[in-house]
Design a protein around this ligand. Structure first.
Ligand code: XMP
Length: 512
């Protein structure tokens, strides 16, 4: 395995991800408990992450000295490289100017990290993000790559097998970075690269058993992939110590609630409490048009219902959530203490404190596509695992203006037609998210010999890698007119269809 020592970089999880992609198991430990993790894991290699601090300041975090004396290969990235230089007797200074973004390094010498990838004299794109830089190398190190802003862009100590890079190989803007990390974990550390999602599953199951013991766990299902994968994994670990609660707010897409219920009860035989709360949610939404008011009402009501159901089943010691890495903002405490400050975005925010429950979040290291892979590993049907993201507040934020049962039904039909056409055209997997929106605007039309006066439906489809930015999907005109014709012909209440051509930013993916 590989130990990743975290110094608080925003992208430490990306290092873990690149190591997983190379087929190697890794764990991340904050610098303050790195030694403990090292002794427990006995890793074959260590990676020191980047971080926001400056090695030149007195109280900046350090790696335990024992790690440098363990005879294990080490890769220091950015702050990690500077730390390695400083702690081994070199010198780091504040650079006269910071270097951020794309840069080109020139390969000066051979290095095991570059095997089969980069040769001497070539120039390669990397991503830099640093203010400080190494000024003098410790004894035994040599320079293997340089850039204008970083004369020590890559450095090596062959005897110790210590490697330092000033750039960030873990981000996609260093196009060969993944291969560089793979070279470190496989060639340098000698790991086989045969670790798989199957092993992640086994490791997590053992961890969940250890964390939960004899305790009871309750899991709120949203209908989405993340909470479903978390629930199935936890059920595999602790069986019927887990209770799943599906709060059905009536704002799901066509057939979606039935799919979730059937997946759990029939496919997996996992006990599921299905709460039909449609009336409660829709009556509370009556007259509400402000987007934030809708979101707040739905969030609060969801928690109320969930809490009541949790009490009915006798309470629980743990709340399970399908929190993913992008939902987690993690920062390492630099006060020198062992504590790690973790802020996480809770889908069922506030509940754990109120009900005195601890959290079980087995997916918090993973990215969306990895969760999908784990879901397939756990036997979830492909069609379920590959589903587009769906927001917690459901159709309510796709119906600007007042949400009523009637409008939900109209939208469900239009949305189902649109998605059916997308599937038939083989485009579903090329799109991050596609959905219909029902506008609170009526326009005049003519059908046959009749005048119509009905609602407008907007279609949206975007590509994205993480939902943070998005581009519109460029359907061809024939496809869009096929969707428009079908929706207008088949859905009573809609007589006009428009396509949303807004990227994010400046738009958001959802309309509210
Ligand atoms: P926006 O609309 O902000 O959405 O561009 C980005 C991504 O997040 C989803 N989304 C939500 N997911 N609860 C969720 O679980 C929510 O309240 C929520 N709001 C937006 C959205 O569908 C898109 O994938």
């Amino acid at each position: 395995s590989i130990l990743i020592v975290d110094f608080g970089s925003q992208v430490t999880q990306l290092i873990a991800r690149r190591v997983r992609e190379a087929g190697v198991y890794s764990e991340i430990a904050p610098f303050s408990s790195a030694l403990e993790a090292f002794e427990r894991m006995k890793p074959k290699g260590i990676i020191l992450s980047g971080g926001p601090a400056s090695v030149t300041t007195e109280d900046s975090p350090r790696a335990p000295d024992a790690l440098f004396e363990a005879g294990v290969p080490m890769l220091g990235i950015c702050y990690g490289q500077q730390l390695m230089a400083e702690q081994l007797g070199g010198k780091v200074v504040n650079g006269d100017h910071a270097e951020f973004g794309r840069a080109f390094i020139e390969i000066k010498d051979e290095c095991p990290l570059f095997d089969g990838l980069w040769t001497t004299g070539e120039k390669h794109q990397v991503w830099m993000s640093h203010g400080d830089k190494v000024e003098r190398l410790p004894d035994g190190f040599r320079i293997v790559a340089q850039s204008d802003g970083a004369p020590y862009a890559a450095t090596v100590h062959d005897g110790k097998r210590f490697y330092g890079v000033q750039f960030h190989p873990e981000v996609v803007h260093t196009p060969d970075g993944g291969k560089l990390i793979a070279n470190f974990v496989r060639h340098v550390c000698g790991l086989a690269g045969d670790w798989t999602m199957a092993e992640f599953r086994a490791t997590k199951i053992a961890e969940i058993r250890e964390q939960v013991g004899e305790g009871r766990v309750i899991c709120g299902l949203s209908g989405g992939v993340d909470s479903a994968v978390a629930a199935v994994l936890i059920h595999e670990a602790i069986g019927d110590q887990l209770t799943c609660v599906f709060v059905d707010h009536g704002l799901m897409r066509l057939g979606e609630a039935e799919q979730v219920v059937s997946l759990f009860r029939n496919h997996y035989n996992i006990p599921l409490v299905h709460v039909d709360a449609e009336t409660l949610f829709l009556s509370g939404l009556a007259g509400v048009t402000d987007p934030e008011a809708k979101r707040k009402f739905i969030g609060k009501t969801f928690i109320d219902v969930f809490e009541e159901e949790a009490k009915k089943v006798g309470g629980a010691d743990f709340l399970a959530q399908g929190t993913l890495y992008p939902d987690v903002i993690e920062s390492v405490s630099f006060t020198g203490g062992p504590s790690v400050t973790i802020k996480s975005h809770h889908n069922v925010g506030g509940l754990p404190e109120r009900m005195n429950m601890k959290l079980v979040e087995p997916l918090r290291e993973l990215f969306k596509d990895e969760v999908r892979e784990l879901g397939r590993e756990l036997g979830l049907p492909d069609a379920f695992v590959g589903r587009h993201p769906f927001p917690g507040p459901g159709l309510a934020i796709r119906i600007p203006g007042e949400v009523t049962k009637e409008r939900c039904d109209i939208l469900r039909k239009a949305d189902a037609i649109y998605l059916e056409e997308i599937r038939n055209a083989g485009l579903y997997d090329a799109i991050w998210q596609a959905f219909a929106v029902l506008l609170p605007v009526k326009t005049v039309g003519v059908m046959g010999d009749y005048r119509t006066y009905d609602s407008v439906c907007a279609l949206r489809a975007v590509t994205s890698t993480d939902g943070m930015t998005a581009d519109i999907y460029p359907f061809d005109a024939a496809f869009l007119s096929r969707c428009a014709t079908r929706i207008i012909n088949e859905v009573r209440g809609i007589n006009r269809v428009v396509y949303d051509y807004t990227s994010k930013p400046p738009g958001t993916i959802e309309w509210e």
